[in-house]
Design a protein around this ligand. Sequence first.
Ligand SMILES: Cc1ncc(COP(=O)(O)O)c(C=O)c1O
Length: 483
Amino acid sequence: MHRAMPDEGRPRADIVADLEGFKEKDPQYKDGRVWSLVYYLDEDHSEFLKDAYHRFACENGLNPGAFKSLKKMETEVISATADILNGTDEVCGVITSGGTESCLMAVKTYRDKARAERGVKHPEMVIPTTAHVAWFKASEYFGVKIRLVPPQDDFTPDLKKLRRLINRNTVMILGSAPEYPHGTIDPIEAMGEIAQKKNIPLHVDACVGGFILPFMAMNGEDIPPWDYRVPGVTSISADIHKYGYAAKGASTITYRNLDYLRYQMFAYEDWPGGVFASSALLGTRPGGAYAAAWGVTQYFGKAGYRKLAADTLEAVNRLKAGVAAIDGLQVMGRPQGPLFSYRSVDPDLSIYAVGDQMDGKGWQVNRNQHPEGLHAMVTAQHLRVVDDYLRDLADAVATVRAHPELAQQGGAATYGMMAHVPLRGMVRKKVLQMYSEQYRAGGGELNIAEGAEGGISGGGKGLLDRMVERYVQYRSRKGATRK
Ligand SMILES: Cc1ncc(COP(=O)(O)O)c(C=O)c1O
């Protein structure tokens, strides 16, 4: 039975108590145990964000002519972003609801630009394998075919192959600063040269790096140019709700000049509701997110962000050194920004089993695949927990070494299976099925590791369980051969 709307309204205090109660099973991010999703500093900062947000929680940025307050904030946030990205006065842009919207907008813009100016009917984009999944989503949503550039050993894209993938249907090239899976900054200067030579727009996805790499550079870090200083770069996405420490729902998409941005705009002149125009994907745009984003950039200023960048980098460097010091673990590639991943270089040490042990100790770490690894999106807040994390990681590795069978149990088996089943269409189908089940009427639950309840495997033995079993058998056969 679904929980329906109450016939009569309830007291606010009860509702607020319920809301607090709902949080019980959520990730406990306030003590630095979560390594993605949340960019939290402390309660004082959160209160400030809430204050700014509340003041504009009802205002709507849909029509920039109506709430001039919001348009002013947007203009100032975009100018501040252009400033830290070393743009000229011509750099222009829009606040969006998040990194995904910014990426989607870039694809729509370049598809429409190529269509209008070059008559491209079958648009393609050339993107590295390590590009964020938002680009794959954009491809599917906007019908822009992906040409995938394979990575080299250090996870940077193979530029020779990139060059070869460009053709007359190419509407854009993508580089990341940094890419999400390993924290590597793509060779944007070299990509910019290619883009200029071929006269193709180059977007830099700095959703992660946009509000931290500039401050790391101001602090003297040796970061190769990746922003508007690189002549071929035509647009950049940079999220304020990540390392800008804003409230959720704030990213930016900026372009070198209005000649690009104009293709992002939508207008419809014959709607019975009136002539309509909009600058990005959303209709109604949340005023609170703008206010918090504007407030936070004013509050920190360059000095504040430099301090946050310094703390973050200290945490990252200590973590990377600590991981490298653990026998069998290796930092992947050459991450330069605030995040990194690490893998096992010992075939008898399952990194996913190490991840399970870390989960068991109360840490929430993401899993990479191709190759398998664990992921850490490090924030200034994590500086306090570096030693605890490394101690638990060393313990986790020791436990998995003592119990190699852990590789074939729980999350390790499931993630391992997901990464290795050769029939990728089957994995995709199952994931889509599991995901939709969560949204069936009344709601279901997703539990990747356990799999039985809530429609994930349909109560009985589902496809996922069978896939796990097959994978476990495969692994144990492999183990037996090795011995
Ligand atoms: C490089 C990169 N681009 C885009 C995104 C998408 O951002 P969002 O989750 O805000 O939509 C992310 C998210 O982590 C990212 O790392």
